[in-house]
Design a protein. Structure first.
Length: 330
């Protein structure tokens, strides 16, 4: 073999050895190739973290995660929220971070894997977990205004929270749950009970209401102290008698006038008969009308005086109309 051929073989063997030396092991995760604008944001986030601007670094990593949903960005968000004491968000982000981490293969990966799990365990001690048992078919389940995912579990700040669920028929069931830090509680949302149809009772005759007791009598003033009621009955009786007497007198006078008309009819002086007849007839009619009015007024006044005299001391009158009792009390 000449020298040139031997040199060519040595060069090829050296190239093959170099390729195998720098070839990454099988199964090793290759670092993702990031676009230039993502690399710029990462450098800005690292610079903000070096300045101890934790809130600024967290905001930049949130922008990075919105542009590329990588597990690295999620883990960074969990770490920064833990430093900001945003425990509820930190637990949620670190849980997703740990769930997507590959099993460690190198000592460095092992240290990172253990650190993430320790951070998650620390964050869980600062929050409470609520497991919701909602009715079947619930559209939305909320705990403290935050929506519960498909797992039925959610992390919340320690304390009391309202748990509610919207059902397909539009009804809402709710309850309250109190969970301390580092512990888990279960909230049961019972479905609404169906209201049974109300049976229509048979029609029955309404009972006759019992008569109300008579009202107490008003206190009567002592005699001789100006009680006007004791003068009403005598005055009413005297006035009614006067009206009745006047009516009877006018009635007798009218009858006398009519009798005089009958007498004048047979007189010899015809002209005098005609004049006196018209005058007597008109006078008799007038007295009849006045007599009738006076008799009616006297009778009415006498009846009113009698009713007042009978009922003014609390006498009751009862009357039944179609089975109902009506009571009048003076």
């Amino acid at each position: 073999m000449n020298r040139s051929a031997l040199r060519s073989l040595l060069v090829q063997a050296f190239a093959a050895a170099a390729f195998l030396l720098f070839l990454p092991p099988a199964g090793a995760e290759q670092p993702p190739t990031r676009p230039a604008h993502i690399k710029k944001l990462v450098r800005e986030a690292e610079a903000a973290f070096d300045r101890l601007d934790i809130a600024g670094a967290r905001a930049i990593w949130a922008r990075i995660y919105a542009l590329e949903h990588t597990n690295v960005a999620m883990c960074q968000l969990g770490q920064l929220d833990r430093r900001l004491a945003r425990w509820v968000d930190a637990v949620d982000e670190l849980e997703r971070c740990v769930a997507k981490m590959e099993p460690p293969e190198t000592p460095r990966e092992q240290r990172l894997y253990e650190t993430r799990h320790e951070d998650l365990a620390e964050a869980r001690q600062q929050v409470a977990e609520v497991a919701v048992l909602a009715p079947p078919g619930a559209i939305a389940v909320l705990v403290g205004g935050r929506r519960v995912g498909d797992t039925g579990r959610i992390y919340v700040a320690p304390g009391q929270h309202e748990v509610s669920a919207a059902l397909p028929d539009g009804q809402v069931v709710s309850t309250t749950v109190s969970a301390p830090a580092g512990e888990s509680r279960t909230a049961l949302l019972a479905p609404p009970t169906a209201t049974p149809p109300t049976a229509t009772p048979p029609t029955a005759t309404p009972p006759v209401p019992a008569a109300a007791p008579p009202p107490p009598r008003a206190p009567q003033p002592p005699a001789g102290q100006g009680d006007p009621a004791r003068w009403i009955v005598p005055a009413g009786g005297a006035a009614s008698l006067a009206l009745l007497a006047t009516g009877l007198a006018l009635h007798v006078a009218a009858a006398s006038e009519r009798a005089e008309v009958g007498t004048v009819v047979y007189a010899l002086d015809q002209s005098t008969w005609r004049w006196r007849t018209r005058e007597n007839v008109a006078s008799a009619a007038m007295m009849d009308q006045i007599s009738t009015a006076t008799l009616v007024a006297g009778t009415t006044l006498a009846g009113a005086t009698l009713i007042y005299a009978v009922l003014r001391d609390g006498t009751q009158i009862r009357a039944r109309v179609t089975g109902a009792e009506v009571m009048f009390v003076w």
